[in-house]
Write a protein that binds this ligand. Structure first.
Ligand code: EPU
Length: 421
């Protein structure tokens, strides 16, 4: 079957400016959350990615009127109907699980397929379900591919998460916003996207406090009203461009960035020896020919983000000695390793840790197994000798706005072609 591929001829120095989009992982929660409103909602600054399009189409399946104009989405849930959501769309992205919390809050009932998303190893949703059950919902997943959630009414509860989970924290916040009484989420995720979703809920009249700390209090309200909300900048897209610039940037200015949100990466890049100037809402990144070796361990925010361990990995081939990357969040998130080996890289992974040695990369045919593995292969392609062809680029388009065009404007030799797989 014919498919689009991305081709990169490595070795060009990049120069210019990049504007970072709104955060994917906020948008994919806030779009479902908009269905909880009784009035029109306007969302500004959405990324132009296929995950956004899929979620908008899921809202339309619920008879919600939507209009997506560039980066602005208007949602009018006045005529919303509770329907069974089609499995093939739900399966295409992980974040469709936010439809559960939103629909449970709004209708006290939701029938939905099981969420898909990037193959990063096991990705259970037991903590989401534990939260819904604590609020009074019955969960039935007996048929193996559909989840039925139902409650006579939702009643606030104290919920202690066994694992710090972004998705479970947000999903419980959604449902609890329309529950009776007070909910406390303890051991909550502190990621900036959690705070963005809480701010959006509050803009619709919800009462959420403590987001960004490990204890979140939600006082349920009877209904939520329409609002207007601007999505925060995408710290992972920003971080990916920081890695790209550190790999091959002569001088790259990254605009629309919240420096605090990318600080764990900034610190690591500085340890490597990357030239970084941090402004109020921008960064200037310059590459060097050789870096110091560093070790990286991914942790929950404000630790080093798992979503950036793959994009930073190609920089470690430019280091003066071996480096180690350990992913404690997704110990199986190493499918990029085999592809990098095909590019002549000295890299191995074992039990959640990759060992990376200095290498000269060579262009090859490689496969993006998931979104951030795709970003990693782009960084690798930019520093490799010769042409790299990346297959399975639909993963990359799920999370990066116009990435090929943006890199072309920075001076990269990058283009797309249609090829047989
Ligand atoms: N976990 C459980 N049970 C649960 C939920 C999570 O065991 O009920 C485990 C997971 O298997 C994982 C850890 O807890 O080991 C953390 O998972 P989390 O729930 O925080 O991840 P997520 O909400 O499913 C979001 C992002 C991911 C990002 C992770 C970690 C979205 C849509 N996805 O996933 O983003 O890697 O948080 O920060 O927000 C990406 O953007 O490429 C991406 C995969």
């Amino acid at each position: 079957m014919a498919q689009e591929v991305i081709k990169i001829k490595g070795g060009r120095l990049l120069n210019g400016k990049v504007d970072i989009s709104g955060a994917k992982n906020s948008s994919v929660a806030i779009i479902p959350a908009s269905l909880m409103s009784t009035g029109p909602v306007t969302l500004e600054g959405l990324p132009k990615i296929s995950d956004v399009e899929t979620l908008v189409s899921l809202l339309e399946d619920l008879n919600i009127t939507t209009s997506l104009d560039g980066t602005t989405l208007s949602v009018d849930p006045t005529d919303i109907k509770n329907m069974v959501l089609p499995n093939h769309k739900v399966e295409s992205l992980r974040a469709s699980y936010y439809m559960m919390g939103a629909m449970l809050g709004r209708f006290k009932k939701c029938v939905i397929g099981l969420p898909g998303g990037c193959p990063l190893g096991p990705r259970p949703i037991d903590q989401h379900l534990k939260g819904f059950k604590a609020l009074g919902a019955k969960v039935d997943e007996t048929d193996g591919h559909t989840m039925k959630l139902e409650a006579d009414k939702l009643i606030g509860a104290n919920i202690y998460l066994d694992i710090v989970s972004v998705g479970a924290t947000i999903n419980i916040m959604l449902a609890a916003s329309l529950a009776e009484g007070q909910t406390m989420i303890e051991n909550a995720a502190k990621e900036p996207e959690v705070v963005d979703v809480a701010n959006f809920l509050n803009s619709m009249g919800a009462k959420v406090s403590g987001a960004g700390t490990s204890s979140i209090k939600i006082t349920g309200v009877e209904r939520l009203h329409g609002s207007r909300h601007a999505i925060i900048p995408d710290r992972i897209e920003a971080g990916t461009y920081m890695c790209i610039a550190a790999a091959s940037g002569e001088r790259v200015v990254i605009n629309n960035i919240i420096p605090k949100h990318v600080e764990p990466l900034t610190v690591k890049l500085k340890e490597l020896g990357v030239g970084i100037e941090v402004g109020d809402d921008y960064m200037i990144v310059k590459s060097r020919n050789q870096y110091n070796s560093v070790d990286i361990k991914t942790l929950v925010y404000p630790g080093f983000a798992t979503d950036l361990q793959q994009p930073i990995t190609p920089l470690l081939f430019l280091a003066d000695g071996p480096s180690f990357v350990t992913d404690t969040i997704y110990p199986e998130r190493f499918k990029h390793v085999k592809e990098l080996q095909n590019m002549n890289a000295s890299i191995d992974s074992d039990r959640g840790t990759a060992t990376i040695k200095p290498s000269t990369l060579k262009g090859a045919d490689v496969y993006a197994s998931d979104l951030r593995a795709g970003a990693c292969l782009i960084v690798a392609g930019l520093i490799a000798d010769g042409v790299t062809t990346i297959f399975n680029v639909r993963h990359i388009y799920r999370g990066y706005t116009d990435i090929v065009q943006t890199l072309k404007q920075l001076g990269a030799e990058i283009w797309t072609e249609t090829m047989d797989a």
